[in-house]
Design a protein around this ligand. Sequence first.
Ligand code: CA2
Length: 144
Amino acid sequence: MKILIINGPNLNLLGSREPEIYGSSTFEDYFSSLQFKFRDVELSHFQSNHEGKIIDELHQAQDNFDGIILNAAAYTHTSVAIADAVKAIQIPVVEVHISNTSAREKFRHHSYIAPNAKGVIAGFGLKSYELAILSFLDLPEKDA
Ligand code: CA2
């Protein structure tokens, strides 16, 4: 099983600011712990602050991965282009958020991505990513 985690804008700052909302761990450290925990899953990670780069990565992923975990960050609430890319690709995408977006400002309540995602996991801190991996584990794998 090959899973790609895509993180959107500002998530490269995890661990350095706003720990009360996003925790105090860097994504790199958390990602290492995920790799250790899910040794049978081939996990990859991509982060970009640029909408087009996220779209390119989504397009390329469909030939190389069984599924995608996408935290599009603020683009979740603004990007029709990323939503279209999620709709266009043939592999399942699980939308993930660290914070409970429904409990925050109103503009974070709407997701352009959710209607085309397999599901949405939000509000469990970095553990949201782990829950998303678990959601993939009974899916059929893409041929190597
Ligand atoms: O809760 C999430 O995972 C979000 O996708 C995070 C986005 C926010 O715009 C979404 O509404 C919910 C923001 C990511 C910013 O990440 C930072 C991390 C550390 C310090 C500052 C920003």
